[in-house]
Design a protein around this ligand. Structure first.
Ligand code: ZN
Length: 687
């Protein structure tokens, strides 16, 4: 279902502890000249990733990657508009100011505007990419107005017949008034979630009740065994009192960008590695042209069955985290190719998928009798786009449709060049020293942290999301706004439970029976304490992955309290996690996994809601203040994302492509300005 995992990467040093690490050791030498850290502003650090193995691909594969990469960038504007209908005009106005500004660029007001623009780029809009809150500008409304007034009106994103003054009147409250569109997505609470959310998945004025009625009506009497993903690729609006879907397709909403995506996919198709892959790309083109969700399912089945190609990609309306009702998908793309050496690890896991399913602690009624087509691989990313850029997952499991997973399986990936960049960039930053209890934990994390982190991602993606089944009459949307959090919890728990299993030692996936403690400690420390650095004082936990991690950590802490499985200990007025009984902790992970699976299989909304609201949402204010103060002293940024390499065709005198190369020298601002210049096709207002 919901597949993106973003683990808090701590400074796990690259020590040789498993076969796959040898590669990394070899790479360290050349890495000394590679700048992983590109930029830092607000709560963001921008990194760069390497693409090892790209040079040794064939020219045909490189050409395929090139055109898929172009397709990955073509849809950037779509996501901006999906996140909020004012994002494109605001981004364009800020970029115009950034280009045209004649005053002192060292002036505090201008620097604040520059920071705000950097944040808007990073979040693909005016709301925080993780916390969902609208950014508070560090510059004044007067400064902004004076900047806008100096720009030639033809360079402003004005509506038809609108003057610059009218434009300023319309746009200023959106930027400056904290009461206007305060949150991108509201996931819980008693308000009308649709009306309260600033995102653009639903037209203005449409209520949650109207949306729910519309889709209940649409689903009535339809195929429940193999349902399409209702609402996935459209905006729902009310026009002349009638509720209708505006489909995102060629000739529909977002057509100008989708046409460009299709153009590049057509070029890519000519370089497909094999006929099956060509058929897949062409099916995706067919779907973008028709907007037909049955075609999307047909495409997803073809895609999940292709395990022979080295080059692979995601391109489309995929993840539904941004919609409070979990139906409408944001546009995203990743372009990648297999890391064959590291894939030996995930091959072992997927070969044993049935064993893991059979031995899991969940009720037999909710288990898959036969696990189908779990294919897992380790990949290196060559290009990120849409909702995977600049903030990106480290593991992905697709497709999302439950019935396709049931009947055809899923494809699961761990993204090694991204985890490697996180790891390299965080080495020696003081984080581990500040927050871990003692050298015992630190040494375990140093010794096993990198491998168990990657293994947890493998297990989460490859087995966790694919495990279990719904009871025959359970509506896949039954858990509504709590679905994302519970689905992530299910996958995380599956991984955690098995990390501590003797089977992993037997399969030689971990070097010994101690290794799992590294991930257990990091997970609990993160869920109870350190992930709070990502949240502003006074706020609750909002994002699904973060809610999931707190839910798990708090639940096992509470349930193990009498046995002192986990303790929160104080030293010098600082709070630390101490784990006294790792085996009992594993049993608790198993119990919670069984319960979360039951909730999902039965569609028990009330129990799911209780679990999330009681454990995943609320923050202890005193602890939060302490953690923020400790973290501030380290001068780190809690959120990270990436710039892409520049991918270029090399041509000879006859204009024939002789090679495709990657250039790693572009900085963050230049990349964003270039993307806005070369990959921006949508009108400012898409209505
Ligand atoms: Zn996941």
């Amino acid at each position: 279902m919901k597949n993106v995992t973003l683990i808090w990467m701590t400074a796990a040093a690259l020590t040789a502890c498993a076969g796959a690490q040898k590669n990394n050791m070899d790479k360290t030498k050349e890495d000394t000249n590679f700048n992983y850290i590109v930029d830092q502003f607000a709560d963001i650090q921008v990194l760069r990733y390497k693409v090892p193995g790209f040079e040794s691909l064939s020219l045909q594969q490189k050409e395929l990657l090139y055109h898929l990469s172009e397709a990955a960038l073509m849809g950037r504007d779509i996501l901006f508009d999906q996140n909020c209908r004012y994002n494109l005009p605001i981004r364009r106005t800020l970029e115009a100011i950034y280009k045209e500004y004649k005053g002192d660029r060292k002036d505090a007001q201008f620097i604040a505007l520059e920071t705000y623009l950097k944040r808007v780029w990073f979040a693909n809009g005016i709301h925080h990419h993780y916390a969902e809150d609208k950014f508070v500008p560090g510059f004044t409304e007067e400064f902004f107005k004076s900047c806008v007034s100096q720009i030639e009106p033809s360079k402003l994103p004005l509506r038809q017949g609108q003057t610059a003054d009218q434009f300023i009147k319309e746009i200023c409250p959106v930027i400056f008034d904290p009461k206007v569109m305060p949150k991108r997505t509201v996931q819980s609470g008693d308000e009308d979630l649709i009306l309260a959310s600033a995102n653009n998945y639903y037209g203005g004025g449409i209520t949650q009740k109207e949306v729910e009625n519309f889709y209940t009506h649409m689903k009535a009497g339809k195929d429940t065994i193999r349902p399409v993903s209702y609402g996935l690729n459209s905006r729902l609006v009310k026009e002349n009192g009638k509720v209708i879907e505006k489909v995102w397709k060629v000739g529909g909403l977002y057509s100008a960008a989708i046409e460009k995506i299709v153009d590049e996919l057509q070029k890519a198709s000519a370089y497909a590695e094999n006929d099956a892959q060509k058929v897949i790309i062409n099916k995706l083109i067919e779907y973008y042209r028709s907007g037909n969700l049955k075609t999307f399912d047909a495409y997803s089945i073809l895609w999940v069955e292709d395990t022979a190609s080295d080059v692979d990609f995601v391109n489309g309306f995929i993840e539904t985290y941004g919609d409070p009702l979990g139906m409408k998908a944001s546009w995203e793309s990743t372009v990648n190719f297999i890391n064959k050496e590291a894939t030996k690890r995930t091959k072992i896991i997927s070969d044993n998928a049935q064993w893991f399913e059979d031995h899991s602690p969940v009720d037999k009624r909710f288990k898959k009798e036969k696990v189908k087509g779990v294919s897992a691989k380790v990949i290196n990313i060559a290009m990120l786009g849409g909702d995977c850029y600049p903030s990106t997952p480290i593991g992905i499991n697709l497709p999302n449709a439950d019935w396709i997973r049931r009947d055809y399986g899923s494809k699961s990936v761990t993204i090694e060049n991204i985890t490697e960049a996180y790891d390299k960039a965080s080495q020696g930053n003081g984080f581990s020293e500040e927050f871990t209890w003692s050298d015992i934990e630190r040494n375990i994390i140093k010794k096993y942290g990198f491998i168990t982190d990657n293994l947890h991602t493998d297990l989460h993606e490859c087995l966790g999301h694919g495990s279990g089944k719904l009871l025959p009459n359970t509506d896949p949307d039954a858990l509504k706004a709590y679905n994302s959090t519970l689905e992530e919890a299910r996958a995380d728990l599956f991984g955690l439970y098995y990390l501590g299993d003797a089977k992993l030692v037997e399969l030689k996936l971990v070097p010994d029976a101690e290794a799992y403690k590294a991930e257990y400690y990091k997970y609990i420390m993160n869920g109870l304490i350190t992930q709070l650095v990502r949240i502003e004082q006074g706020k609750n936990v909002e994002e699904a992955h973060m809610r999931n991690r707190q839910l798990i950590a708090k639940w096992v802490y509470e349930k193990g309290k009498t046995d002192k499985v986990i303790e929160l200990k104080k030293r010098d007025n600082k709070t630390y996690v101490v784990i006294n009984d790792y085996q009992k902790l594993r049993t608790l992970f198993g119990s919670l996994l069984a319960e979360v699976q039951r909730i999902k299989s039965e569609g028990d909304y009330a129990a799911g809601k209780r679990l999330v609201e009681n454990y995943g949402v609320k923050v202890d204010q005193t602890l939060h203040a302490e953690v923020l103060a400790r973290y501030a002293k380290l001068h780190l940024a809690p959120y990270k994302g990436f710039v892409n390499p520049v991918i270029k065709e090399v041509k000879n005198k006859e204009n024939k492509v002789t090679d495709v190369i990657l250039d790693y020298s572009e900085n963050y601002v230049d990349q964003m300005m270039r993307y806005s210049r070369d990959y921006s096709f949508l009108p400012s207002y898409n209505e």
